[in-house]
Structures are given as structure tokens and as C-alpha cells.
Ligand binder design. Structure first.
Ligand code: DGY
Length: 332
């Protein structure tokens, strides 16, 4: 019996999911540790039944065409799907799946860490100590702003936004949110409009996908509405924030501080130097979901979705509005 060809876009992934997958399919993956170039991924994809990709892979028409008519599923080991041309996949009847339900708590932990790091200026305080600058205790040194009792404004109130709200409630924070799909207040958070949230919140934390509508949702005009004591946190997608406008707002005191786990172009490499002068900005290398357990669970769920489809079952976590069964199977 010929096993279905399944391409995994990286040589190594956390956990044991890919080994489990290899028991059922002809598993193909790059032989090197880097992210494959589009041409390499397209070559590997030829004749594939399924692709297991990461959130930063580009799944476009060229890749879907390279895979051809055999392709039934693109399974993402990520929640974000901004790298996928979902319309093109839909036209071809290809199931696209992502990983809801497994990374919200871990990502919320990191968002909260960024809130504390940025508002209390902990990274620059630690750097100062290590540089030998801490020579004298002075009351006015290393001052930050309180987190407890502050008003947290969540833009996006889905799984991750709500998990951040639960943490904030333990810090005695007032919580407000703006989300086109969660327009009601609940026991944790009060629903408000977008601009009032920006004007009111001490901390604005972003938990929305990157779409044409959310590209640069936070730019110079929105930063200008925020309080001079406000902190901006982004653990969603870099493109939601205009980085140049943010750097300008930090430099001229329009806002107090910021914490970024995501960037307009990733990975940053040498471009990280662009942020070097911003001492009220905390930067992390897109590690919101990066714990051993959660990254393994993401891979496991991506594998389960592929096994569902290749074994003839509906995928368990198709993207919202997308099919759970590939077109060629539903027609047969
Ligand atoms: C996600 O799941 O989208 C995270 O950003 C990791 O890619």
C-alpha cells in the first residue's frame, strides 16, 4: 500500500508528534535545520496529501499548485494563519487547520510577563546591575509604574485575551476590552469602543490576528490617543503595530513603555539594532507559546488534524469558516 506523502516544513519540531505521524504516512522534510526557501518547499510538496507548516511559512498559490490535486490538507502548528492564502486553499477544496485551545494560557503568561517587564522597567534595571552601575541605593532610581490596580485594555477578547484578563483580575486590575466579535461585557471585563479604550487604558494589550483590516491598527494617530503613562504590549502579530510610529512615540514620551514579542518582519536578525536605543521597550523573539509542553501540544494537534484527514475523518480544528473535509473526498 502506498502511504500518503506528508511534508513537514522543518527538520525538527518539539515533542513526539512527527514520530507518531511517521508511523502512518510517508513523511518528508528538509534535511537541514533552516526554514526552507519557497522553491525547496514547493519541490518537497509535489504530490503531497498534506503539508504541516509553521505560522511563518508562506502557503501561497505557488505552493498549493506545486502540491497539485493530491493536496487535501494544510495543517498549521500555529494559531496565526496570516501566512496562508486561505482563499486559494478554499478554492482548491483544501482543508486548513490551526491550533486553537492549546496555546492561550502560555501566551497569556508571556503577555503578562511583558506587562511587568515593561512597566517596571525590569530589563534595563537588570542590565544596569550587570554593567556594574548599581553603586548606591537611591530612592529615585529604577522607578517604574504600577501594574496592580491599573486599567488593562484588551484589543481582541478571544482565548488569549480572556486568559490575560484572568491574570489581570488577580492583580486587582480594571479590565476593558474591544472586540468586534465579543461586544458584550462579562464578569471580568467591560466591552468598550476602540478609541475610548486607547484613551482610558494604562496598558493596551493586542490579541488580534493580522489581516488587511488590522495592518498598522496601532499607528501614530492611535498612539497619540494613549496616555503618556501607558504601556503597549504586542504578542499577536508584528504588522498590527507601526514599529516606526511606536519608536517615535517612545522617544518623545507620547507613551511610557512597550513590550513586543512580534515584529513587522521576522526574524529580526541584524535589524534588531533598530530597537537598541529604546530603553523603555522590551523585545522578545516571538516566544509567546514557547514552552516545551505547549509547543509539543501545538505539533501534536497539527499532526492529529493531518491524521484525521488522511484517515478519512473530518479535521478536528479547521479554521473558522473553512471546510473540515477536503473537497475531493466530500465529492467521492
Ligand atoms: C501562533 O500560534 O500563531 C504563534 O504566534 C506561533 O507561531
Amino acid at each position: 500500500m502506498t502511504l500518503p506523502r506528508v511534508v513537514v516544513s522543518r527538520a525538527v519540531l518539539p515533542g513526539t508528534g512527527t514520530e507518531r505521524l511517521a508511523e502512518h504516512v510517508d513523511l518528508v522534510r528538509p534535511t537541514h535545520q533552516n526554514r526552507p526557501e519557497p522553491a525547496e518547499l514547493q519541490r518537497l510538496a509535489e504530490g503531497a496529501t498534506a503539508l504541516l507548516c509553521l505560522g511563518n511559512d508562506t502557503v501561497d498559490e505557488a505552493l498549493l499548485d506545486a502540491a497539485g490535486d493530491t493536496l487535501q490538507a494544510v495543517s498549521l502548528a500555529s494559531m496565526g494563519l496570516d501566512g496562508v492564502d486561505t482563499a486559494a486553499a478554499g478554492q482548491r477544496g483544501v482543508v486548513v487547520t490551526n491550533t486553537p485551545g492549546v496555546l492561550a494560557e502560555t501566551t497569556a503568561d508571556l503577555a503578562f510577563a511583558l506587562i511587568l517587564l515593561a512597566r517596571r522597567r525590569l530589563v534595563s534595571a537588570s542590565d544596569s546591575l550587570r554593567a556594574g552601575d548599581w553603586q548606591l541605593f537611591r530612592m529615585a532610581d529604577y522607578l517604574g509604574l504600577d501594574v496592580h490596580g491599573a486599567t488593562l485594555g484588551l484589543i481582541g477578547y478571544g482565548q488569549i485575551g480572556r486568559a490575560v484578563a484572568r491574570r489581570a483580575s488577580g492583580f486587582g486590575m480594571r479590565i476593558i476590552h474591544h472586540d468586534a466579535y465579543a461586544t458584550n461585557s462579562d464578569e471580568l471585563s467591560t466591552a468598550v469602543d476602540f478609541e475610548p479604550l486607547l484613551r482610558t487604558a494604562d496598558i493596551v494589550s493586542l490579541h488580534i490576528p493580522l489581516t488587511p483590516e488590522t495592518q498598522h491598527l496601532i499607528g501614530a494617530d492611535q498612539l497619540a490617543l494613549m496616555r503618556p503613562t501607558a504601556t503597549l504590549i504586542n504578542t499577536s502579530r508584528g504588522g498590527v503595530v507601526d514599529e516606526d510610529a511606536l519608536l517615535a512615540a517612545l522617544a518623545d514620551g507620547t507613551i511610557h513603555s512597550a513590550g513586543l514579542d512580534v515584529f513587522e518582519t521576522e526574524p529580526l536578525g541584524q535589524r534588531a539594532s533598530k530597537f537598541a536605543g529604546a530603553d523603555r521597550l522590551v523585545t522578545l523573539p516571538h516566544i509567546g507559546s514557547a514552552t516545551e509542553a505547549t509547543r509539543a501540544a501545538m505539533v501534536d494537534l497539527a499532526v492529529d488534524n493531518i491524521l484525521d484527514v488522511v484517515l478519512g475523518n473530518p479535521a478536528r480544528t479547521p479554521i473558522a469558516g473553512g471546510p473540515a473535509v477536503p473537497k475531493q473526498r466530500s465529492l467521492s
